[in-house]
Ligand binder design. Structure first.
Ligand code: HEM
Length: 199
């Protein structure tokens, strides 16, 4: 498929959750607890898009479809966009900018600390994504920085899992964790194979 068309399609797909949420909000149809719905939807889409971003390289290698490569960045940046929205929903709507409560959350609630750690790492990845930053860093250093994604995504999954732990709703977090583990295992396997070939 034409790479430009593929990228446009990815943009369209990644924008759909936002359009859906805006339409539902305008029709006052976000459910009994709209803030919770927004928090859950933005968090879920952020995580789904980060997983899609991580899956691009294995899919590309297995299928040989190299035109998929730019989608890794598109999915990653949209993932960060939804994660930032998720954070602002939490700050502005959930906590109404009540800093005393926010400080308690950030210092006493491990799931918020995990979310924050993941968000800081995703922000670092997003900030180092523009082409001129890639050029300034150099390919080797840029690659090393972007390996942080393998820390950021498990932190985000741990954050998700923690929010569901005491409600005993672990099915979805466990599915995400299994996908992350499979993607990480693939990476380790590729790395080990490359080292064996060099040795
Ligand atoms: C400072 C950063 C963050 C804060 C303060 C935060 C806060 C929250 C809060 C308050 C909830 C709802 C918990 C509940 O229902 O009891 C939540 C859920 C969630 N968050 Fe975050 N979060 C942060 C970062 C992230 C990031 C970076 C991601 C993903 C990349 C993420 C993904 C999720 C997911 C998937 C859920 C559960 C959604 C669901 O129930 O369907 N969060 N977060």
């Amino acid at each position: 498929m034409n790479p430009a068309l593929l990228r446009k399609l990815a943009w369209l797909l990644c924008s759909l959750p936002l359009v859906y949420l805006v339409v539902q909000a305008a029709r006052v149809q976000l459910g009994a607890n709209p803030v919770e719905t927004l928090e859950h939807e933005t968090g879920s889409w952020a995580l789904i898009l980060f997983l899609c971003s991580l899956a691009i390289t294995p899919v590309r290698r297995v299928t040989g479809r190299n035109e998929l490569a730019p989608l890794r960045r598109t999915f990653g940046l949209f993932g960060f966009f939804y994660a930032a929205l998720h954070f602002f929903v939490y700050l502005l709507l959930d906590r109404s900018l009540l800093w005393s409560e926010i400080v308690v959350d950030f210092t006493k609630r491990p799931y918020v600390m995990l979310g924050m750690a993941a968000l800081v790492l995703f922000a670092t990845l997003a900030a180092t994504s523009p082409k001129r930053v890639v050029k300034a860093l150099g390919a080797k250093r840029w690659k090393r920085v972007h390996q942080l994604v393998y820390l950021a995504v498990p932190l985000a999954v741990a954050h998700f899992m923690w929010t569901k732990w005491d409600k005993n709703l672990l099915e979805r977090p466990l599915v995400y964790a299994a996908v992350v583990l499979a993607l990480l295992a693939w990476r380790v396997w590729v790395y080990a194979k490359a080292r064996r070939q060099v040795a």
